[in-house]
Design a binder for this molecule. Structure first.
Ligand code: PYC
Length: 333
């Protein structure tokens, strides 16, 4: 098995200038991923979940340094590579963004696999990745596409209604696909690139209303992703998507991809409603028109989604912290 770049330990001193952080950037269906391949301090913990907790507790300024402006952006999702804790996994991955830590990330996993392949650490075939929410397996196809077999997805609440100030009642489902989602139909609201400002505003209000109404996932976990669905459109090749969606991410940016975990949550709802059978293809299109192919199978009565998409490497380099830089730990930290 190829060796991962060792992660050097470093003292946490916000005033000091440290060694560079090595990264590779890619995009999956338009949504960017930054894979951190070296230079991050060692994280304590016996599991990825414990390491993610240590990251959130003690290294939040590192999150902002890597992911936020001026070195990153609100749209970016970053993926820290760590040694896997579960036997048989090729790498451990902790996802984060401008708002905090993510459970799983579908587009990000496709970006990680593509990046590891580009670095010569993976070849086509099936590979297991350790994440804080469980082991996911990913298949790198010879043509560069990646299929992610996600953690089990499930619908938590069916057809709940929330009163959104200035808008009125909005109904939808709450489902888990590796993150928590509220899924609702767009109705008359257009879901296209021209309407992203309106959709951002609408979904932001919806998210606040869910929070105010105490509508959560398991154990009071915040429903921090909102999905609005419209009918799919025809692509240039004449293939119609099953659905088009706009996805609001926790930090306020919208997902340029169809959102892997969001598509997984959608599959869980379709399965629960008897609208999609195991193995049946579901083509989910994003608000920018990029697509994921999705299917699920049932294992021990659980819905296991598989999401297929393609990533492209866009850059690689080092993130630097120069002495005297007032924004060395990112803007707003
Ligand atoms: O693809 O799962 C996903 C995702 C989550 C947030 C942004 N993308």
């Amino acid at each position: 098995m190829p060796e991962l770049t060792p992660v050097p330990a470093a003292p946490v001193d916000p005033a000091a200038v440290h060694s560079p952080v090595a990264f590779v950037d890619s995009h999956t269906a338009g949504e960017p991923t930054r894979v951190v391949t070296g230079g991050f301090p060692a994280l304590p913990g016996d599991t990825l979940a414990e390491q993610r907790a240590a990251f959130a507790r003690d290294f939040d300024h590192w999150r902002a340094f890597i992911n936020n402006e001026p070195r990153g952006s609100d749209v970016l999702v970053s993926a820290l590579l760590v040694e896997p804790k579960t036997p048989g996994c090729v790498a451990g991955v902790i996802f984060f963004n401008n708002a905090g830590m993510l459970g799983m990330c579908g587009h990000g996993t496709i970006g990680v696999v593509t990046t590891l392949a580009r670095l010569g650490r993976l070849s086509p075939g099936e590979h297991r990745l350790d994440t804080p929410v469980g082991v996911v397996s990913a298949t790198l196809h010879p043509d560069g596409r990646v299929s992610v077999r996600n953690v089990p997805a499930r619908r938590h609440l069916k057809n709940v209604t929330v009163e959104v100030p200035g808008i009125g009642p909005v109904s939808g489902d709450v489902a888990w696909g590796g993150n928590w989602f509220f899924l609702t139909e767009a109705g008359e609201r257009p879901v296209n690139l021209q309407s992203v400002a309106d959709l951002n505003d609408y979904t932001g209000k919806l998210k606040s209303a869910l929070e105010a109404a105490g509508i959560t996932g398991d154990n009071g976990e915040a429903v921090d992703h909102i999905e609005v669905f419209a009918p799919g459109e025809m692509d240039e090749g004449g293939t119609k998507a099953d659905s088009r969606s706009f996805v609001l991410c926790p930090g306020g940016a919208y997902d340029r991809s169809p959102c892997g975990t969001g598509t997984s949550a959608k599959l869980a709802c379709l399965a629960a409603d008897g609208k999609l059978s195991p193995g049946e293809l579901w083509v989910q299109e994003s608000v920018i028109g990029s697509r994921f192919e999705a299917r699920y199978d049932v294992q021990d009565s659980e819905i296991i989604p598989t999401i297929t998409g393609r990533a492209y490497v866009t850059a690689r380099g080092e993130l630097l912290r120069e002495a005297g830089d007032p924004f060395v730990w990112g803007i707003g930290t």
